[in-house]
Design a protein around this ligand. Structure first.
Ligand code: PLP
Length: 448
C-alpha cells in the first residue's frame, strides 16, 4: 500500500526506476517511449549526462542560498541567458519553481504595475475558455477549464473569459482564417469595453493552447490583433508559454511565430526539462522600471525562488539546446511527426483534427467526422487511450473536455527534442494501435 495521495487516490502506479534518452523504465523492466515528455516537460529526454554533470557541479558549489540574502552566479547567468533570447522588450527575469508559481507571480506583477502607475481602478483579468494556467487558486481562476474550476468556484477570484481561437470548432463554414482571427480577437475588445476600458489589468492566453484543448495554434494574425487591442486600452498582455514555450514549437518562444512580444511571459516545463522544478516570468522593461522607480520592490516571494539547483538545470538544458542546434531538430521532426500523423489518422473515421506546431501536436477524436460530434464523455475515451498506450509502452497525454470542459477528447504529443524519424514512426504506430484498441473496447455500436 502506498502512503502517497496520488493524483488518482486509488491508482496503483508503475514505479519508474530509470530513464534514458526518450525512454523511461519501470521496476518490472518494462520500457515506455515518452512521447509526451510527461506533460511536455522532458525536452532533452531522460538521463542527459551533461545536465547531470552540471547538477553535480552545482551541488558541490552551493545548493541553496535564500534570495532575501543573496543572489547566486548560476541564477544570474540563467537570467542573462533568458533575457538575451527573450522577445523584444522583456529584460528582467523572476525565477520560481514551476508554472503555477510563474502565473501567480505574473498576475500579481500586473496588478502591482497598474497600482504603481496610478491606475488602481484596474482590477479585471480577462483570459480564454479552454485554457489552463495552473492549479493554485489565482492560476485556476484565470484558466478557463470548467471541470477543473467547478468545485473550487467559491474560492476563486473573479475573472472573465472569451473564446479561445479554436478554428476547428469555432470558425464558421466558409469563413477565412483572416476573418476568423479578426472575429475571435474582437471578442477581447468587446469584453474590455463591457468591463470598462480603464478597469482591465491584463489579458492572459496560452500562445498555443496545451493541456485543455490539445495543441491548438492561433490562426492568421490573431495575436497581432490581440496585441493592438491591448495597446489601445492600456491592457497588459501576459502570454503563458509554460507548456508551448522554450523551443517546443520550433522557435524558442512560440509567440515569435506570431510576430508579437508580450509584457509578461511565463515559462517553466521545458526550461529545466524536468531535471529540477523551475519556472520563470520574463518581465518587460516598463514593468521593471515601474517597480524600481516606484515602491522599489515586488511584493511577493517564495522560499525556493531562484534556487541554485533549479537555475543550474535551466542553464544546462538551455545551453545544450543551443549547443546541439536542437530547435532545428524540433522543426524537422515536427514536420515528420505531422506527416506520420496525417498518414495514419488523416482518413481515420474518428479523428477530426490533427494540429499543432513543431513537436507539439494534438489530435482530436470525434464520433462522427462530418458533424464533428464528440464521443459521450461518460465513455472516457481519453482514459482508455492512455491505458492502451501505456500497455504498449507509450506515454502520450490524452485529455477529455476538449470542447467545453465536458465534451470532446484529444491526445497531446510532445516528444523530446532529440527524437528521430525511426522513433517517430514507432510512436505513431503504437498510438494508432492504442486508439483503435480503445475504440474497439467501447460498448457496441459506438464505432463504425
Ligand atoms: N500554464 C500552462 C500553460 C500549463 O500547461 C501548466 C501546466 O500544465 C501550468 C501553467 C502550470 O504549471 P505547473 O503544473 O508547473 O504548476
Amino acid at each position: 500500500m502506498s502512503h502517497i495521495l496520488h493524483r488518482a487516490a486509488n491508482a496503483v502506479m508503475p514505479v519508474a526506476v530509470a530513464g534514458r534518452g526518450i525512454e523511461l523504465f519501470d521496476r518490472d523492466g518494462k520500457s515506455y517511449i515518452d512521447a509526451s515528455g510527461g506533460a511536455a516537460v522532458s525536452c532533452l529526454g531522460h538521463g542527459h549526462p551533461d545536465v547531470i554533470a552540471a547538477l553535480h557541479k552545482q551541488l558541490d558549489t552551493i545548493a541553496y542560498a535564500h534570495t532575501g540574502f543573496f543572489t547566486t552566479e548560476v541564477a544570474e547567468r540563467l537570467a542573462d541567458r533568458l533575457v538575451e533570447d527573450a522577445p523584444d522588450g522583456l529584460d528582467h527575469v523572476y525565477l520560481v519553481s514551476g508554472g503555477s508559481e510563474a502565473v501567480e507571480a505574473a498576475l500579481k506583477m500586473a496588478r502591482q504595475y497598474v497600482v504603481e502607475k496610478g491606475e488602481p481602478k484596474r482590477r479585471h483579468i480577462i483570459a480564454r475558455k479552454q485554457s489552463y494556467h495552473g492549479n493554485t487558486l489565482g492560476a485556476l481562476a484565470t484558466g478557463g477549464n470548467e471541470w477543473r474550476r467547478a468545485q473550487f468556484r467559491p474560492l476563486l477570484i473573479e475573472t472573465h473569459h472569451i473564446d479561445a481561437c479554436y478554428a476547428y470548432r469555432l470558425r464558421e463554414d466558409g469563413e477565412s482564417d483572416a476573418d476568423y482571427a479578426a472575429r475571435s480577437a474582437r471578442q477581447l475588445e468587446d469584453k474590455i469595453l463591457e468591463l470598462g476600458a480603464d478597469e482591465v489589468i491584463a489579458f492572459v492566453a496560452e500562445t498555443v493552447v496545451g493541456a485543455t484543448a490539445g495543441a491548438v495554434p492561433p490562426v492568421g494574425d490573431y495575436f497581432k490583433r490581440i496585441r493592438e487591442i491591448c495597446d489601445r486600452y492600456g491592457v497588459l498582455l501576459i502570454l503563458d508559454e509554460v507548456m508551448c514555450g522554450m523551443g517546443r514549437t520550433g522557435t524558442l518562444h512560440a509567440c515569435e511565430q506570431d510576430g508579437v512580444a508580450p509584457d509578461l511571459m511565463t515559462i517553466a516545463k521545458g526550461l529545466g526539462g524536468g531535471y529540477q522544478p523551475v519556472g520563470a516570468v520574463l518581465v518587460s522593461a516598463q514593468i521593471f522600471e515601474a517597480f524600481s522607480k516606484g515602491s522599489g520592490f515586488f511584493q511577493h516571494g517564495h522560499t525556493y525562488m531562484g534556487h541554485p539547483m533549479a537555475a543550474a538545470a535551466g542553464l544546462a538544458v538551455q545551453d545544450i539546446i543551443r549547443r546541439d542546434g536542437l530547435l532545428d531538430n524540433v522543426v524537422a521532426m515536427g514536420e515528420c511527426l505531422n506527416r506520420r500523423l496525417v498518414e495514419r489518422f488523416g482518413n481515420h473515421h474518428h479523428v477530426g483534427d490533427i494540429r499543432g506546431r513543431g513537436l507539439f501536436r494534438g489530435i482530436e477524436l470525434v464520433r462522427d467526422r462530418s458533424t464533428k460530434e464528440p464521443f459521450d464523455p461518460k465513455l472516457k475515451l481519453h482514459a482508455l487511450i492512455k491505458r492502451e498506450a501505456m500497455g504498449r509502452g507509450l506515454m502520450v497525454y490524452p485529455m477529455g473536455g476538449t470542447i467545453d470542459g465536458v465534451q470532446g477528447d484529444h491526445v497531446l504529443l510532445a516528444p523530446p527534442f532529440i527524437v528521430d524519424e525511426t522513433q517517430i514512426a514507432t510512436i505513431v504506430e503504437r498510438l494508432g494501435d492504442a486508439i483503435d484498441a480503445a475504440l474497439e473496447g467501447l460498448p457496441g455500436n459506438l464505432t463504425r
